[in-house]
Write a new protein. Structure first.
Length: 298
């Protein structure tokens, strides 16, 4: 009987010990969970402060970009495109439409055709280029009470309708159709320079089939690409930055297929204004200069 009592007392003690252990484990789990909550709260507070700091830095960068002096546009005739097409709102063969300082050509055996139309702002609706909210707020403004003109806006839009049917001799899958090419400046070395250069423009992709892409800025300046992902988005402000200058200013269509895209206000200059919409005339007047006699190379 004594042995049975001893066994019972051992079992009872074991159960009490198990309860104590369970309680201790539960207490430890609770404290660990509480510490985890406290750590998460501290991490969240740190992340919040870091986010606030990052936002403050980004805001300072944006303020700095806005405050940069607007450098002259290195492109000539990029407001009215007086040297593209003989008349407004008239589709013209793209190869014959270009006059100095502009040049268009097919490269390395590429074959293709196309037209370019210099569209006046009062005809945008007719060409499916109605300004969206983004373009109205940032690049063209709103029409006057008579609905006939955009307040203070005075420039032209180029509408390209391009088809490339054969690729280059060196790459059968990609033809190169250069448009709006404008000279090859030589500096102290292409692709050299520790200063920043920037490129920007407004684009509107109306059609894009197969592998076609449009590069409204290429080679000399930072590369801007428009492709099938831009289709149907209406007017967009595109911009890019690089170090130094490259070779020739050579916008181009590349790939195979058809593409219809409009562009206006191309700008290439020094600096980095980020996503802040900029445009300047080639002779250094930021917004108002309209004198065709000031153009170089016509």
């Amino acid at each position: 009987m004594s042995l049975e009592q001893d066994i019972a007392r051992v079992v009872e003690a074991s159960e009490k010990l198990s309860d104590v252990v369970d309680t201790k484990i539960e207490d430890i789990d609770n404290r660990v969970a509480q510490k985890a909550i406290e750590i998460d709260q501290k991490n969240a507070a740190v992340e919040s402060r870091l986010t606030a700091k990052e936002q403050a830095v980004d805001a300072k960068i944006r303020d700095f970009q806005k405050a940069l002096p607007l450098a002259p546009n290195t492109l000539v005739d990029s407001k009215f495109f007086n040297s593209i097409c003989e008349a407004n709102n008239t589709p013209t063969d793209v190869l014959t439409a270009h006059k100095a300082p502009w040049l268009a050509f097919l490269h390395d055996g590429s074959e293709g055709t196309g037209t370019v139309t210099r569209v006046s702002l009062d005809k945008l609706d007719e060409y499916g280029l109605t300004p969206n909210e983004n373009f109205q707020n940032r690049g063209i403004g709103y029409k006057n009470h008579g609905g006939e003109a955009f307040y203070g806006s005075n420039y032209r839009v180029l509408l390209f309708d391009i088809e490339i049917t054969k690729g280059r001799n060196s790459d059968a899958n990609n033809g190169n159709f250069f448009v709006l090419s404008q000279g090859c400046d030589t500096h102290f070395g292409w692709g050299r320079g520790e200063f920043l250069t920037q490129a920007s423009c407004w684009i509107n992709v109306l059609e894009c089939a197969d592998t076609m892409r449009f590069y409204p800025s290429s080679n000399r300046s930072a590369t801007i690409e428009c492709n099938h992902s831009d289709l149907g988005k209406g007017w967009q402000y595109k911009h890019a930055v690089r170090s130094g200058w490259g070779g020739c200013h050579q916008p181009l269509f590349s790939g195979l297929g058809k593409m219809k895209v409009a562009m206006c206000l191309p700008y290439v200059g020094t600096g980095n204004h980020g996503d802040n919409m900029v445009w300047a005339d080639s002779v250094g007047f930021p917004y108002t200069h309209t004198d065709a006699a000031g153009y170089v190379g016509v």
